[in-house]
Design a protein around this ligand. Structure first.
Ligand code: FES
Ligand SMILES: [Fe+2]
Length: 351
């Protein structure tokens, strides 16, 4: 049978491809930036990077707005903290121009420069998680991942009420696509993730189903999972990866966590792993789960991804055959989602 091949290696090493991706993917798709609980009160601000663009999200009297985090005077970033809270006005740190929380200029310190507004960015919500899109003409989030909002609400009904309990970050010395390809295939799991396949899920039940811009991972929980759950609570594992760079994971026992990847350069990616429980401080038991996940399943991939990037830089590599399950759904013996991701990439770059 014909097997798909990996991408030509310059897709992982060429700064021109990276620049095209920022333009055609990161400036045009819905990117998860956080959760409504991080801007729950009026004046609360969350800043982040979408592709390479600084963005701020602010609660304006109950309405959540998103803007480019850029002063309209001489371009200083308006808010430098990751999170903060202001009283009705954002003041630029450079020359102290001030803006209201709807983005309109309030004052240009001692001068009248007329009406100016910080450019708005679209923002939408799914189960409490916030997504922004830099493209004013992009289809709505729900239209790019049809049905996912309802499925997530069914498996994690409490998601809108969760709080940010923990954030762990790591800079990967690899292209962002190496990170998301690795995340979306479990062909490497039995070999690399002994704790995950022995503890969190039952490996024989792991399935990864490509569904357009979503890649849906499911598995049955393992009896040895370290998650306390009542008899009524689901022991199912489900995660919803949304193209290009985020995933919401529901672990047995209503344990919710997310992955986000921020592309820093053609060969550098920031991983942000966050956990969403009921409070901002983890219990000892929750901390144990967070630490175990990070030190095993997540960290086990770090060296792998860095090594693959070195492979992409080598004259010794030509793209190899990918192992696909004829059913179209990947398990721990196949990697159907890798060619699926390549299809999404090519469609975006060719558009
Ligand atoms: S750049 Fe913001 S006030 Fe001058
Ligand atoms: Fe992995």
């Amino acid at each position: 049978m014909d097997r798909p091949l990996g991408l030509p290696k310059h897709y992982y090493t060429d700064p021109d491809i990276f620049a095209a991706e920022l333009d055609k993917i990161f400036a045009k798709t819905w990117i998860m930036v956080g959760h409504r609980s991080q801007v729950a009160e009026p004046g609360m601000i969350l800043t982040t990077t979408v592709g390479d663009e600084p963005v701020l999200i602010v609660n304006d009297g109950g309405t959540i707005n998103a803007f480019y985090n850029i002063c309209q005077h001489r371009g200083h970033e308006l808010v430098l903290e990751e999170t903060t809270q202001v009283r009705g006005v954002i003041v630029c740190p450079y020359h102290a121009w001030s803006y209201d929380l709807g983005g309109e200029l309030r004052g240009a310190r001692g001068n009248d420069v007329g009406a100016l507004c910080i450019p708005k960015v679209r923002i939408e919500e799914m189960s409490g998680f916030l997504y922004v899109n830099l493209d004013p003409d992009a289809p709505a989030l729900a239209d790019t991942i049809p049905g996912i909002g309802d499925e997530l609400a069914a498996i994690a009904p409490d998601a809108p009420n969760r709080q940010l309990t923990a954030t762990l970050t790591h800079e990967i010395d690899a292209n962002w696509k190496i990170a998301v390809e690795n995340y979306n295939e479990c062909y490497h799991c039995p070999n690399v993730h002994k704790a995950f396949t022995a503890g969190v899920v039952s490996p024989a039940s792991y399935r990864i189903t490509p569904r357009g811009n979503c890649i849906h991972h499911t598995a049955e929980g393992s009896d040895e999972a370290g998650y306390t759950r009542s008899a009524e609570e689901s022991d199912a594992y489900g995660s919803f990866f949304t193209w290009p760079v985020s995933s919401i994971q529901c672990y047995p026992g209503q344990v919710l966590n997310t992955f986000r990847w921020i592309p820093l350069a053609v060969d550098r990616t920031l991983l942000i792993r966050q956990w969403w429980f009921d409070t901002t401080e983890p219990t000892a038991e929750q901390q144990e789960v967070i630490d175990l996940d990070w030190s095993t399943t997540v960290a086990e991939d770090f060296d792998i991804m860095d090594s693959v990037q070195r492979g992409m830089n080598s004259r010794g590599y030509t793209p190899g055959p990918l192992i696909v399950n004829p059913s179209g759904v990947a398990d721990v013996h196949s990697e159907n989602t890798v060619p699926h991701l390549h299809g999404l990439l090519r469609a975006a770059l060719d558009a």
